[in-house]
Design a protein around this ligand. Structure first.
Ligand code: PRP
Ligand code: ZN
Length: 310
C-alpha cells in the first residue's frame, strides 16, 4: 500500500468527511477530477499532493495508485473509489476466492475510461477461438479474470502473472500469448500481437465501502451520486429549438432523439406553424437535423445543456 501510516490514521480519524480514492496519474485521473468538479466540488491540494481537501462539501479526494483503490474501499479506509472495471473484477474474484462475505458495492458505471481485456496473439499464430488457448502459457496482470474465463470455456492453460509490461512476455519467451487491456490497440500492434477475443469490457466505475456508513455520510453520498448521474446525463443531452408546421408535429417528435414531452408554443402571426422546444437525452447529429428539415422543420437551434436534475 502506497499510503504512509500517518496519512491512513489521519484519514480514518475523521469520521464525517467522505474520502474518495481516484487514480493518481493515468487514463482516469483527469476525467475523475473533472467529474467531481462538475458536481460542484471545489478543493485545495494538500502539500503532499496526495489529498485534495474539499472546500464546499465534506468530500476529500485521495490520489493513489489505481491498483490500490478497490482495496482501500473494501477495507473502508476510503468510503468511495473510482477505478476501472477490470481492477474491480479482479479483486472481486480474489475476495470471493478468500470467502469474504461483504464486498464493496458498485454504485455507478461512468461513461469514460473505456477499454477492454483481450487476448493478444503473436501475428504468426493462427487463432480459431478459445480452443487455441489450450495448453498455452498466458501472461496477464489479471490472472483470476483469465482463469475464470478459461474455466467457463472449459480450456486448460497456464496463466502467468505479470505486474506490468505484459506485452513483451511473448518476445522474451516467457509466454505464448497475453491477455491485457486494449484501448486504441497501438500497444499490442507495436509488439507484433493481434487482438483476439475480448473477455471483459471495462469503464471507470464508482464503488462504495461495504461498511455501514453514518447518516451524514449516507446523505452526502446520495447527493453526490445524484449529481454524478446528472453530469453523466447532461454530457449527451442537447436542448433543441425549431419551428414546424403543426401537421408535421407527430413526425418531428418521432425524430427527436430521446426526448420527453416537448414544449409546443404558438408562433405570433402563424396559424399552422409552432415552435418546438425539447430536451434530447441523446446527442443531436447533423443527420437528425437533416431529417427534421425534410419533415418540415426550420430555424433549428441545438444548445448544450449545462445542468440537469430529474
Ligand atoms: C494498458 C495496457 C497497455 C495499454 C494499451 O496499460 O496494459 O499497456 O494500456 O493501450 P492501447 O491499446 O491504447 O495501446 P495502462 O495504460 O492501463 O497502464 P498499466 O499497464 O500500467 O496498468
Ligand atoms: Zn499497460
Amino acid at each position: 500500500m502506497p499510503l504512509i501510516p500517518g496519512v491512513i490514521k489521519m484519514i480514518k480519524t475523521d469520521e464525517v468527511r467522505i474520502k474518495i480514492a481516484i487514480q493518481k496519474s493515468g487514463r482516469l485521473t483527469e476525467h475523475s477530477i473533472e467529474l467531481l468538479t462538475r458536481c460542484g466540488l471545489t478543493y485545495s491540494r494538500g502539500r503532499d499532493q496526495l489529498i485534495c481537501y474539499g472546500e464546499n462539501m465534506p468530500v476529500d479526494i485521495l490520489l493513489v495508485r489505481d491498483d490500490d483503490i478497490p482495496g482501500l474501499v473494501q477495507e473502508n479506509i476510503c468510503d468511495l473509489g473510482i477505478v476501472g472495471g477490470n481492477i474491480i473484477e479482479e479483486l472481486r474474484l480474489e475476495l470471493i476466492k478468500k470467502g469474504t462475505k461483504r464486498l464493496f458495492n458498485v454504485l455507478e458505471r461512468l461513461n469514460y475510461g473505456h477499454c477492454r481485456l483481450s487476448f493478444g496473439i503473436p501475428e504468426n499464430v493462427e487463432y480459431i477461438g478459445a480452443k487455441t488457448l489450450k495448453g498455452k502459457k498466458i501472461a496477464t496482470t489479471y490472472p483470476l479474470i483469465v482463469e475464470d474465463y478459461l474455466k467457463k470455456q472449459n480450456v486448460n492453460a497456464t496463466v502467468v502473472e505479470f505486474s506490468g509490461a505484459v506485452e513483451i512476455a511473448p518476445s522474451l519467451g516467457k509466454a505464448d500469448l497475453i491477455c491485457d487491456l486494449v484501448s486504441s490497440g497501438a500497444t499490442m500492434k507495436a509488439h507484433g500481437l493481434f487482438e483476439a477475443d475480448t473477455i471483459l469490457e471495462s469503464t471507470a466505475t464508482l464503488i462504495q465501502s461495504p461498511e455501514a456508513l453514518s447518516k451524514t455520510k449516507k446523505d452526502w453520498i446520495k447527493l453526490l451520486l445524484q449529481r454524478i448521474r446528472g453530469v453523466l446525463q447532461v454530457k449527451e443531452s442537447k436542448y433543441i429549438m425549431l419551428h414546424a408546421p403543426r401537421e408535421a408535429l407527430q413526425e418531428i417528435r418521432r425524430l427527436l432523439p430521446g426526448s420527453e414531452a416537448p414544449t409546443i408554443i404558438p408562433l405570433e402571426g402563424f396559424k399552422d406553424k409552432v415552435a418546438v422546444h425539447a430536451v434530447c437525452r441523446e446527442n443531436v447529429f447533423w443527420e437528425t437535423l437533416e431529417e427534421l428539415k425534410e419533415a418540415g422543420a426550420s430555424s433549428m437551434l441545438v444548445l448544450p445543456v449545462e445542468k440537469m436534475l430529474a
